[in-house]
Write a protein that binds this ligand. Sequence first.
Ligand code: CAA
Length: 260
Amino acid sequence: MTELKNLLVEKRDDILMITVNREKALNALNDETITELQQVFNNHKDDKSIRCVILTGAGKAFVAGADIGELAAADVTKGKAVSEKGLKLMDTIQNYPRPVIAAVNGFALGGGCEMAMACDIRLASEKARLGQPEVNLGLIPGYGGTQRLSRLVGRGKAMQLILSGEMITAAEAHRIGLVDEIYPPEQLMEKALELAKLINSKSPVAVKMAKECINRGLDMTLENGCKLEMNKFGDICGTEDKKEGTAAFLEKRKANFPGK
Ligand code: CAA
């Protein structure tokens, strides 16, 4: 296990587990933690031995937001820089070439909710609480919340959550589509690993391409998104994974994907 100052990073077979570990501040994302997260994702971008990432928090929080102490001291220039740096990390997570699962173990507020939303799939503990409470601080979300929340739950719910600053339960987050599954706290990590292993049993090339099509397509018109899918479908038909996957089906055996 690599121990950074604010993160625990552990490789379990082909799964990279990243735990934000700043419990004294409920894992709030200070500048140093953002830098470390960016480093870890950058360092593992081309690491083919990793097939999936699970992102979680130590203790009772996933991440309780950006670090309010640091934000208190930010002027206009600094505020923009803080947002830019956080947004870059969220972009890196979203565009990481393998799936990233958020295991939302507790408070996911402000920057924490934004980080969970940058992940591909959100599994939450029944104890989790989510929200964008920035208006309570005279702030607005700065790590993509105004954009990703409305894309996930629709304009009305995003307005309600961001303008009221209210926290919601995991059950409500599940109901509105902000989290994809909820589990008893003691089962969360087991379920996240189970999902990661299931995804890792599929074609790596197909998983990577499907993630890219969904993410890029959401920023396009339906017509252009479908064109993207058509081109990627053509590309994937030239891969060894497709050759193996279709052959295995026809030969009634389990596929052994080469990942190429
Ligand atoms: N930044 C810095 N420190 C934080 C923090 C944050 N976002 N959230 C919690 N902490 C600290 C508290 O100050 C406290 O420190 P001390 O022990 O030194 O006093 C410690 O973590 C424990 O917190 P609480 O005592 O408040 O714990 P609680 O269980 O009573 O309450 C909570 C939990 C409801 C999550 C509460 O801590 C809280 O409201 N936190 C702030 C949440 C928030 O507003 N997040 C948004 C930040 S702004 C943002 O994220 C902007 C953006 O989009 C980029």
